[in-house]
Design a protein around this ligand. Structure first.
Ligand code: SAM
Length: 559
């Protein structure tokens, strides 16, 4: 049934759309569309096709603008499937996949998702980064950053930092620092009326004027954090010109170094409307109107998705000529000034592999928090590993005993109190900022030198990274029992173990010694075990004497 739309909204849309208004209104009678995006950090589209439990016959129809995106039928309920708990996909409204496609992220980029909760677009960005470069995911709503952090962790993202800040506070730390910035702005949500009727009441509460003031403030600080030559994508899920064309026109007027990179109108996307900026904007808006036709509007009567708006902007560098056009792969064809890093040509990637103690990642550890108020470790890492209570030493030992030598870690180990994170390299100091996750949370030091591996560690690993693993099929009852937090009693025959990275008193196992399945009698199956569904990790269990204690934290269990 079509939602009851506010009269004020109907009048304005009729005025804006004219002859197209009846088709627009008729689309509210159509049922909403459901989308999911395969997580390419965990599997390829090909491996997804092999295991896809949804859709019939031809499988799920692809979403044309996102290679990993598919429409699904409501009755499939993918949020209930064990693969959801393995982070194999993210449930995302199809049009909401567009902004990240336009951002042109490449592995190695420094990316900011400024209004990120609950994390749909952050997980999409992380997939494009493929573990290289940096993702800073921020949201100013404390409560919402919990879901944001969890979604990032569920997706197995290893190179993200989650912050809970106002944009102006970030701008002090990150001036001119990011290659790509996404501003998926808080908005009046007119494009979501069909998807969520509750948005109608929200619209009546939060006026278009109030939203556009917020957007202006957010965009201003985003512009300051963009590196010369960088790309900023602004997106909303609303139709009002005040929050779309006008917001961009104001930004262009305030920051002459920014320019619109025209988006190719494909898939039924429509050009932005400069004339609406003139009608609904101020004088300042009028001067920067024309390029707005290069921004893009998704109308629910023209695409298979909800209503959205997106604009792609670039910050000119001295010597740059006009912006190119955002093409097939989301990259523009701009020329680069000489002597500067060509953003799209050579991705930034300074990670190192196989350095020192492997769990120590690839940089010098940083220790913060109550136990150690300041300072960096300067002593050799192996020596530090002798201190039993030391979180870094515990993590190192855990990794040596429970992870295989093939498991690779990058990033700078950071300790906050007893918790250990691997932070993407190159991060400036986050001192003074509200940090929700300082990086990939790998676990926590415990008493008696016992390190507790975290759920995010499990989600960021591959089955082959763990010395012990136990695999269930998605349709086995044990899979659901594990997800519910139950203790299991698996057959000893099913326990798998490989040789740890360090075995026999400290000598490192070589790559050749790994993998393979070793009979339970010859390899110790007692200890932390990565529990998997069809080869994809779900969480930790601890195996001993035929019993697997369930390590899923309460908030990660399936109710
Ligand atoms: C449209 S939602 C973002 C959706 C998200 N990008 C996704 O794909 O899952 C807008 C978000 O902006 C946040 N927000 C509102 N004002 C903000 C501000 N001043 N700075 C940062 N975030 C803000 C809201 O809390 C909300 O989570």
């Amino acid at each position: 049934m079509a939602p009851r739309l506010p009269q004020l909204f109907l009048d304005k849309m009729e005025h804006l759309l004219g002859a197209e208004f009846p088709a627009f209104i008729a689309s509210y009678g159509d049922s909403r569309l459901y989308g999911l995006r395969i997580n390419s950090l965990k599997l390829t589209s090909g491996s997804w096709r092999d295991i896809n439990p949804f859709g019939e016959g031809e499988g799920m129809p692809p979403i044309p603008w996102t290679a990993e995106g598919y429409y699904y039928d409501e009755k499939d309920r993918p949020g209930k499937h064990p693969y959801y708990h393995a982070g194999l996909y993210y449930i995302q409204e199809p049009s909401a996949m567009v902004p990240v496609e336009l951002l042109g992220v490449r592995p190695g980029d420094r990316v900011l998702d400024l209004c990120a909760a609950p994390g749909g677009k952050s997980t999409q960005i992380a997939a494009k980064l493929q573990g290289r470069g940096v993702l800073v995911s921020n949201d100013n709503a404390r409560e919402r950053t919990k879901a944001l952090a969890k979604n990032i962790e569920l997706a197995g993202v290893r190179n993200a930092v989650v912050l809970n800040e106002e944009p102006h506070r970030l701008a002090d730390t990150f001036a001119g620092w990011f290659d790509r910035i996404l501003v998926d702005a808080p908005c009046s949500g007119e494009g979501m009326f069909r998807k969520e009727e509750s948005m109608i009441a929200e619209w009546e509460k939060h006026s278009v004027e109030r939203c556009s003031a917020m957007q202006r403030d957010i965009l201003r600080h985003a512009a300051a954090m963009l590196a010369p030559g960088g790309t900023l994508v602004y997106s909303t899920c609303t139709f009002s010109p005040e929050e779309n064309e006008c917001a961009i026109a104001r930004l262009l007027a305030e920051f002459p170094e920014l320019e619109v990179v025209p988006v190719e109108a494909r898939y039924g996307w429509m050009p932005g409307r400069p004339e609406w900026a003139a009608e609904y904007g101020t004088d300042a808006v009028q001067t920067a109107m024309h390029p707005l036709a290069g921004t893009v509007r998704l109308w629910p009567h023209r695409v298979k998705g909800e209503g959205h708006y997106a604009a792609v902007l670039t910050k000119r560098r001295s010597g740059d000529d006009q912006a190119g056009r955002v093409g097939e792969d989301g990259h523009d064809g701009r020329k680069r000034g000489s002597g500067e890093r060509a953003l799209n040509a050579e991705p930034r990637d300074r990670r190192r592999h196989g350095s020192g103690g492997k769990a120590m990642g690839s940089g010098k550890p940083i220790v913060r928090g109550p136990e150690r108020s300041s300072g960096r470790y300067s002593e050799p890492l192996r020596k530090a590993a002798k201190e039993e209570a030391d979180p870094l030493a515990q993590w190192q030992r855990f990794a040596e005993e429970n992870l295989t030598a093939g498991a690779e870690f990058t990033g700078v180990p950071v300790v906050y109190g007893t918790r250990v994170y691997l932070q993407p390299e190159e991060m400036p100091s986050l001192d003074g900022l509200k940090v929700v996750r300082a990086g990939w949370f790998v676990g926590e030091a415990g008493s008696g030198g016992k390190f507790q591996p975290s759920q995010p560690l499990a989600m960021g690993l591959k089955a082959a990274d763990a010395v012990r693993w136990l695999n269930f099929r998605a349709d086995e009852p044990e899979t659901l029992r594990f997800l519910r937090g139950e203790t299991l009693h698996p057959d000893a025959e099913r326990m798998n173990a490989a040789i740890p990275a360090v075995s026999d008193g400290g000598s490192r196992g070589g790559k050749d010694e790994l993998r393979g399945k070793f009979p339970a009698e010859t390899v110790n199956t007692k200890g932390y075990t990565l529990v998997c569904v069809d080869g994809y990790p779900l969480g930790w269990g601890k195996y001993s004497g035929g019993m697997l204690k369930n390590g899923l934290p309460a908030g990660w269990r399936r109710m």
